[in-house]
Design a protein around this ligand. Sequence first.
Ligand SMILES: [Fe+2]
Length: 259
Amino acid sequence: MKILFVADVFGSAGSRAVRDRLPGLRDELAIDFCVVNGENAADGRGITPKLADRLLEAGADVVTLGNHTWARNEIVDYLAASERVIRPANLGAGRPGRGLTAAPAADGTPVAVVNLLGWLFLDVPVTPFELLDELVDEARRLAPVVVVDFHAEATSEKIAVARLLDGRVTAVIGTHTHVQTNDARVLPGGTAAITDAGMTGPHDSVIGVEADLAIRRMRTGMPVRFHPASGDVRIEGVVVECDADGRATSCQALRVAID
Ligand SMILES: [Fe+2]
């Protein structure tokens, strides 16, 4: 099975790139299952129901989110009802939505997807380590192939989680920093891992935001309203191949220039 993970879709440029290019990319790469992180789709913060539907229509089998999950009020009811758009599992008990789902790949084989937030430098009510074992066990009861989107800031935490889950899941894909790391690999136990899959959006920017605005806020310490940038748009992500038992056989970073 070949799985495509599309890294954090940022703003309208990122959403457009997915809409225009993902269907063709799925065909060209013979992808059986596709996960898209959509947590920055709505102008860089959060996602709306309409944008989530568009990612699904473009070929995402499951959409994952991150630290901006609740940035848009209108997504709350949508998440409560959706089986295909999930949010980090460790946002606190009783919150709407789910942190684990399973959906069929092209040949009908179920694939489970888990979404978790890191706790180093991020504000989370529950550490991922408190939930990991239970979530992974539950995911493996649903499907032999399990993809984990670990949305986290710190490289150390992302590598630690990949090592911790080696041999228990198909892939641990790091997201959130928007900078693709040069460490796509299959760990000794058969788990594909990359510390960060990158960003699908405008790279002529400071991690998606117009560079001038990000620099002005940092230099002055004053509030500056951010706008998504528009230049050097890329789809970034990772392609993982695995056997029917869920063991990964290859892991390759992906970078596709759009304009
Ligand atoms: Fe994020």
